[in-house]
Design a binder for this molecule. Structure first.
Ligand code: G3I
Length: 310
């Protein structure tokens, strides 16, 4: 599927499959030119004990990407989930937690320097109810921890593109307005920020408006920000109709979003959150391009068609 000159197409990788499933790697090498670790480069995986870093799995993915001439997205330097227990179980002064945040970000970004082309520096800092999410980072460090996280990442790897990543931020909603306000403020403060990751975990029963997504991408383009669609998948449990109708509706949604991305001047990557339905984070659903037996679904062929657009 990958059309590098147009749009980088990729997927989140479960390292267990990378290591021992040739059907899985055949798909990666046929279809994708960008990969991201589903879990292996998160805080709990990379710094399981204070100042003791573990990069084995991330290095495996980086080596695989390099061998197959793929780009590697880094996910994620700072998040309120999958924070190692030595941090969540501790009580920290602002100075101590700032040092922990800075050391984590700079050690990880430095380790993957030159191999990660884009980082999700901060993930999901905006709350669903509006405003900043009340996380350990925000409560202890204040709202401008986000600006400092990006500065630390830029100091460690000046060449990497730095993204703010969030979900339910694709259409024109209060949450996407809050994301827009956040990144506009960061840009105005000359914080090193290159783009916004729209995760796009969508639901076939309540799809977003494509016009909204296009307008949201345009206002970010007007801030000179790139957009990556970072974690695309489509829940369809409960969708009324036959399996055929469900597959056709899913194919249209995948195709419509790829088309919106191709037509936006700043949308440069489209990644699904997983490769096939046998290892999605949404067990019991069928949100991806390949089914549980590695057969391409109608959505796969719809994306292939959409990518043929001039
Ligand atoms: O590593 C442990 C393992 O040691 C243990 O035996 C096992 C059973 O408890 O759990 C393993 O950790 C699991 C981890 O994935 C690694 O497999 C966690 O329980 C599980 O909760 C975790 O789920 C991940 C989830 O993020 C965590 O919030 C999903 O695989 C992953 O797809 C999902 O990805 C997130 C993105 O990072 C951010 N956007 C939302 C997206 C979906 O939640």
């Amino acid at each position: 599927l990958a059309r590098p000159h147009q749009l980088h197409i990729g997927a989140a990788i479960d390292l267990r499959f990378l290591l021992d499933d040739p059907d899985y790697t055949d798909i990666l090498e046929k279809d994708f030119d960008v990969v991201v670790a589903e879990n292996a480069m998160k805080m709990d995986a990379t710094e399981p004990q204070q100042n003791e870093f573990s990069f084995g799995l991330g290095d495996l993915l980086a080596q695989y990407a390099e061998k197959h001439n793929m780009l590697l997205r880094g996910h994620t330097l700072l998040w309120h989930e999958q924070v190692p227990r030595w941090i969540t179980a501790g009580t920290w002064t602002a100075e101590q937690l700032e040092a922990i945040m800075k050391n984590h970000i700079q050690t990880v970004a430095d380790h993957f320097k030159g191999r990660v082309f884009a980082w999700d520096v901060v993930n999901e800092a905006i709350s669903d109810a509006g405003g900043m999410r009340d996380t350990l980072w925000r409560k202890t460090l204040g709202d401008d921890f986000i600006a400092r996280a990006f500065q630390y990442a830029h100091q460690a790897d000046p060449a990497a593109k730095l993204f703010y990543n969030d979900y339910s931020s694709e259409a024109l909603t209060r949450k996407s307005d809050d994301v827009y306000a956040l990144v506009k403020s960061l840009k105005e403060k000359n914080v090193p920020l290159d783009g916004v990751g729209m995760q796009m975990h969508l639901n076939l029963n309540n799809p977003p408006s494509m016009a909204d997504i296009a307008q949201n991408m345009k206002r970010l383009a007007d801030l000179n920000l790139e957009v990556h669609i970072t974690e695309f998948d489509v829940r369809s449990a409960g969708f009324p109709g036959t399996a055929k109708e469900r597959n056709e509706a899913m194919a249209k949604l995948y195709s419509d979003v790829v088309t919106v991305c191709l037509q936006a001047r700043n949308c440069t990557a489209f990644l699904t959150w997983g490769v096939a339905d046998n290892h999605t984070w949404l067990p019991g659903d069928a949100p991806l391009l390949y089914d549980g037996f590695y057969n391409p679904k109608p959505a796969y062929f719809a994306v292939q068609e959409a990518l043929k657009q001039p």
